[in-house]
Design a protein around this ligand. Structure first.
Ligand code: ZN
Length: 246
C-alpha cells in the first residue's frame, strides 16, 4: 500500500470525499439543521423568476432557509446542480432587504455560476489537495532528508514533522493565491449583477446592509486583505460598483 504512488490514491479518495460533501451537504445535511420552505408566491418570487428567465438561468426552485437560527453571515447559495439548481435565500436576507436588493444578490450568485467560478473553485481545491499529498509523499519516502537530520532510517513520525514544517509556508502561498482569485471572482460577480439588473445601485445598497449586519470591518489593513480575505472588503466592492455608474 505504501509505495511511491500511494499519494495518488490518497488524493483520489480525498477528492471524491470532498466532492461528495460539496454536492451532498446542501441536499442532505443542511436540512438536518435548517428548515427550507418554498418562497411564497408574491412580488419577490415573481421578480426573482423574471430575472432568472431574462438571463437564461434555469432555476428549479426558490427556498427560504431559516439561517438566522445559526448565523447572520451568508445570504444566499445554490443547491443541486445541472437542471435541478435551486436557490436558498436566508430568511434574514428577505427580512432586511427590498426586492431589488434580493434580485441583485441572486444576480451576483448567477454571475458566479455563469462565469464558471464554482468549477474553478472546485478545481483549485482539487489541485491544492494534490499538492498536500504529493509533498507528504516526498517527505515520507526520502532517505536523504532523514540522513540530513542524522537519522539512520525513515520514520513516519519524523516525516510528518518535516512535512508540517515545510507545508506551512507552502500552504500560506496557496491560500494567498486562492484568496486573490476568489476576490477577483467577487468583483466579476458584482459587475455581472450590475450589468444584468441594469443598475449597480441595488447591489450597492445590499452590500451596505449586509456589511452592517455582519459587523464587517469596513477598512481592514490591505495586508490583512491580501493574506486572509476571500471576499474584498465591502467598501472596495461598493467603490468598484460605483465606478460602473456613468
Ligand atoms: Zn460572491
Amino acid at each position: 500500500m505504501a509505495g511511491p504512488y500511494a499519494w495518488l490514491l490518497c488524493w483520489a479518495v480525498a477528492v471524491a470525499f470532498s466532492l461528495g460533501l460539496t454536492y451532498v451537504a446542501p441536499a442532505w445535511i443542511l436540512p438536518l439543521f435548517n428548515s427550507f420552505t418554498p418562497l411564497e408566491d408574491g412580488p419577490l418570487r415573481r421578480a426573482l423568476e423574471t430575472y432568472a428567465r431574462k438571463v437564461g438561468f434555469r432555476l428549479s426552485g426558490i427556498f427560504v432557509m431559516d439561517g438566522s437560527r445559526r448565523s447572520t453571515k451568508g445570504n444566499a447559495f445554490f443547491t443541486g446542480f445541472g437542471r435541478r439548481k435551486r436557490i436558498a435565500l436566508f430568511d434574514t436576507l428577505i427580512k432586511e432587504h427590498d426586492t431589488d436588493e434580493i434580485v441583485a444578490v441572486l444576480a451576483h450568485e448567477v454571475g458566479h455560476s455563469k462565469r464558471g467560478h464554482i468549477k474553478q473553485r472546485l478545481a483549485l481545491g482539487v489541485i491544492r489537495t494534490g499538492v498536500v499529498f504529493y509533498l507528504m509523499s516526498l517527505f515520507m519516502n526520502s532517505p536523504d532528508l532523514f540522513a540530513a537530520f542524522g537519522m539512520a532510517h525513515t520514520s513516519i513520525y519524523a516525516g510528518l514533522v518535516f512535512f508540517i514544517l515545510l507545508y506551512t509556508p507552502v500552504s500560506l502561498v496557496l491560500s494567498v493565491i486562492g484568496n486573490a482569485i476568489s476576490r477577483a471572482h467577487e468583483y466579476e460577480a458584482d459587475a455581472y449583477a450590475a450589468r444584468t439588473t441594469g443598475t449597480p445601485q441595488a447591489m450597492i445598497s445590499a452590500l451596505k446592509k449586509l456589511s452592517a449586519s455582519t459587523l464587517a470591518n469596513l477598512t481592514p489593513h490591505p495586508l490583512t486583505v491580501w493574506l486572509d480575505y476571500g471576499h474584498p472588503p465591502a467598501l472596495q466592492r461598493i467603490r468598484a460598483l460605483s465606478a460602473l455608474i456613468r
